[in-house]
Design a protein around this ligand. Structure first.
Ligand SMILES: C[S@@+](CC[C@H](N)C(=O)[O-])C[C@H]1O[C@@H](n2cnc3c(N)ncnc32)[C@H](O)[C@@H]1O
Length: 196
């Protein structure tokens, strides 16, 4: 049995519809916090000309590798270790960085580090795609996201649904321009940025 996330299964098609609009031309993607690698597997199959580089923190890399090794897709290389808290990510540069459901899991300081580190792996005009729940003007978009935030903090107090405005500020500080906020199923968003 490979590591499995029902959320990834549910959101991969809605995410695909946005990627199809933006992935021209994109030939390399770095995914941060790949988890079960279901997104990597699915998007590598959907975009055979794109090399999809999964990554995760060392503690979770074994989980990420399992699906990648099992599939042996030519455009889904072995996952690399990448902790956004490290100053040097040791990565190549990519046409796009994608991350799903990671900003509310990592500590807020790590979200800051994510944006600090991001420029080192972006090619000129690279896309940055952030999937997950966000708050707007301090308000949750739905009651269920408010409950999700409480639940997250019960699991680990460092977790929490992030403020869109703060993420926007951090992204702009990293030299990104905000392009689009796409509402996604299950009260999530897909934020699209491009390096300016
Ligand atoms: C809820 S999982 C999401 C996994 C996958 N992206 C998905 O959508 O199913 C959060 C991911 O963020 C990763 N993560 C947490 N802290 C991180 C950090 N400091 N640097 C990089 N990834 C981190 C975790 O290891 C985990 O894979």
């Amino acid at each position: 049995m490979l590591p499995y996330s029902q959320a990834s299964e549910n959101n991969k098609l809605p995410i695909l519809s946005i990627l199809q609009r933006y992935f021209h031309p994109v030939s390399s993607v770095l995914e941060i916090g790949s988890g079960t690698a279901q997104h990597g597997e699915f998007f590598a199959e959907q975009f055979p000309d794109i090399s999809w580089q999964c990554s995760d923190i060392p503690e979770n890399l074994g989980t990420t590798q399992q699906r990648i090794v099992a599939n042996a897709l030519q455009n889904l290389p072995t996952a690399i270790r990448l902790n956004v808290d490290e100053k040097k990510w040791g990565c190549a540069t990519y046409d796009c960085v994608f991350t799903a459901n990671s900003l509310h899991i990592m500590a807020y300081d790590s979200v800051v580090n994510f944006f600090k580190g991001l420029p080192q792996c972006l090619k000129p005009n690279a896309l940055v795609l952030l999937y997950g729940p966000f708050k707007y003007a301090g308000e949750f978009t739905t009651e269920s996201n408010a409950k999700f935030d409480i639940w997250l903090k019960q699991q680990n107090p460092i977790c929490g649904v992030r403020d869109f405005e703060r993420v926007l500020e951090l992204a702009e500080g990293a030299g990104l321009s905000f392009l689009e906020d796409n509402p996604m199923p299950a009260n999530n968003q897909l934020l699209v940025f491009r390096q300016s």
